[in-house]
Design a protein around this ligand. Structure first.
Ligand SMILES: C[S@@+](CC[C@H](N)C(=O)[O-])C[C@H]1O[C@@H](n2cnc3c(N)ncnc32)[C@H](O)[C@@H]1O
Length: 201
């Protein structure tokens, strides 16, 4: 592993199980928009194993450069240069046309109004029947699914009160308002889920 690349152990751990699900979901050729790409490990792993897709990484303007080393090093023909995109203030209309969307570990980092903005914009940007796959930890009926998620949530809220693990009921509510309905809720390792939303407008 070259030293100059940012590295997330969590991405190394979860990239294989996520890819397993994405390969069954994003079956048709097309462009997948990634929100909050982070280090770029996911983008490179998924683009290299799903050559029928064009992967479009994006991240908040403050973090968008983070993924460049992984992307440039990969030399993959099906991964675009990252685009700076703040889900609230970003210019969604200038993005390439997309067929699907993916985001990992963003809903508990973004403030709630940012999560709402992400859903609203993705609901508009995706074509009918397009999929939005959202990976991360989520709560059900106000309850944590594990003690480790509860500790993680406390840690997040302590560092920034706007962060925190989101509840499925609230996500389904904003999904409904954004033209996105929950198609599947897939169990993933380490008390995470892959939520698959589809456009129903
Ligand atoms: C915990 S990191 C997850 C990174 C990567 N997806 C992963 O799973 O390792 C959260 C990401 O959300 C991004 N993010 C936070 N607020 C955002 C916003 N308003 N618009 C776009 N991205 C945002 C951050 O820049 C960061 O890359």
């Amino acid at each position: 592993m070259p030293k100059d690349k940012p590295f997330s152990q969590a991405c190394e751990n979860n990239k294989t199980p996520i890819l397993e699900k994405l390969s069954g979901l994003f079956k048709q050729p097309g462009t997948i928009l990634e929100i909050g790409t982070g280090t770029g490990q996911h983008a490179v792993h998924f683009a290299s194993h799903l050559p029928h897709l064009t992967w479009q990484p994006t991240d908040h303007p403050q973090n968008v450069q983070l993924c460049s080393a992984w992307i440039d090093d990969s030399n993959l023909p099906n991964i675009n240069q990252p685009i700076a995109l703040d889900v609230v203030h970003g210019d969604w209309l200038r993005l390439p046309a997309i067929n699907g969307a993916f985001s990992a570990n963003t809903a508990h980092i973004m403030a709630w109004h940012e999560v709402e903005a992400m859903f609203r914009a993705i609901g508009k940007a995706l074509p009918v029947e397009g999929l939005f796959c959202l990976y991360g930890p989520f709560n059900y009926g106000g309850k944590f699914t594990s003690a480790s998620n509860e500790r993680f949530d406390a840690h997040l809220r302590q560092s920034n009160s706007a962060m925190g693990i989101r509840d499925m009921a609230e996500l389904e509510r904003i999904g409904g308002e954004s033209g996105l309905s929950l198609k599947s809720d897939l169990e993933m390792p380490a008390n995470n889920r892959l939520l698959v939303w589809t456009v129903t407008r």
